[in-house]
Design a protein around this ligand. Sequence first.
Ligand SMILES: Cc1cc2nc3c(=O)[nH]c(=O)nc-3n(C[C@H](O)[C@H](O)[C@H](O)COP(=O)(O)OP(=O)(O)OC[C@H]3O[C@@H](n4cnc5c(N)ncnc54)[C@H](O)[C@@H]3O)c2cc1C
Length: 319
Amino acid sequence: MYAAMDTIPNDAPLPATLERWLTGPRFNRLPAPSAHDAVPELSFEFFPPRTEALEAQLWACIRRLEVLHPRFVSVTYGAGGTTQARTHATVARILRETSLTPAAHLTCVGAVSGAIDDVAREYWDVGVRHIVALRGDVPGGGDYVPHPGGYAYASDLVAGLRRVADFEIMVAAYPETHPAAASPEADLDNLKRKLDAGATRAITNYFFDADVFLRFLDRALAAGITAPIVPGIMPVSNFAQARKFSEMCGATVPPWMARLFEGTEEDPETRRIVAAVTAAEQVRVLQASGVDEFHFYTLNRPDLTYAIAHILGVRPGGK
Ligand SMILES: Cc1cc2nc3c(=O)[nH]c(=O)nc-3n(C[C@H](O)[C@H](O)[C@H](O)COP(=O)(O)OP(=O)(O)OC[C@H]3O[C@@H](n4cnc5c(N)ncnc54)[C@H](O)[C@@H]3O)c2cc1C
């Protein structure tokens, strides 16, 4: 290389590759967590199955991830409460048949507050102690209008749940601001309201640039929020679908990500490897920045989550 440089006249433009090599940034590697670093805590989100086949897929997923000893596993509540019975059945079965701690999602949409309190009370009575309290969205899209006699916003639901029983309550946070928020500041005020109402931690919507989360943490701290804010990690295996969904929930899909997946549409094997590397890089940057808790949106598929947990240092029977 150096011998070759000697042959280039001083005032001649450098070939592009050489210029990049001489002037571009140098990377060594991300710091690997040392044996003394604490292993991060994980949690996993599942959705309640609609069919027997999906039920079998969910339970294979639960069993595969159970050995990683997550802090809790959560089960979503379909838009407008459409999965109420299935969510309840899944949570109850997790409680009955596994060593896991289930957290039930609950939303405000489409029900009076008394009915939601009843659902919460049923959870408490079967032994559920963790709730993810959400406003929810209107089924099929459209503007949200609070149900007459219902809880209007998640902060109201948190306050209501506090009156029902001594749950550990988690709430949603939005590193890129909730799409309906008046401003990023108003959205942070809302997060603070939910925590002040009795929630003890927040889980974020997913994001792809680690920087987005780290800047959000800075802003939350500056707003006086000191409760744990856990990054929601979405390992993407279907890029086209993730892009569509991201548009709806206000998560930015960075151009570098589109570029990484480009050309893998008909090539599932390459796509899987790209997906694993993309998610692994994201969590490693977060881990290197001191993040020690991660919430995975598993979409009831364990493999990517399991592999990424391994990279984070979480192993079966590790605790
Ligand atoms: C971790 C996580 C899990 C989720 N799980 C589910 C699920 O299981 N089922 C489901 O249907 N959806 C789920 N969602 C999606 C969630 O329901 C939607 O994002 C919904 O649009 C907002 O819910 P929220 O709890 O954040 O609402 P809120 O915290 O109530 O906020 C909603 C919007 O209203 C604004 N706002 C809040 N209070 C007021 C007020 N008093 N006046 C005016 N504006 C106000 C906020 O700034 C925000 O823009 C989940 C989201 C996340 C991040």
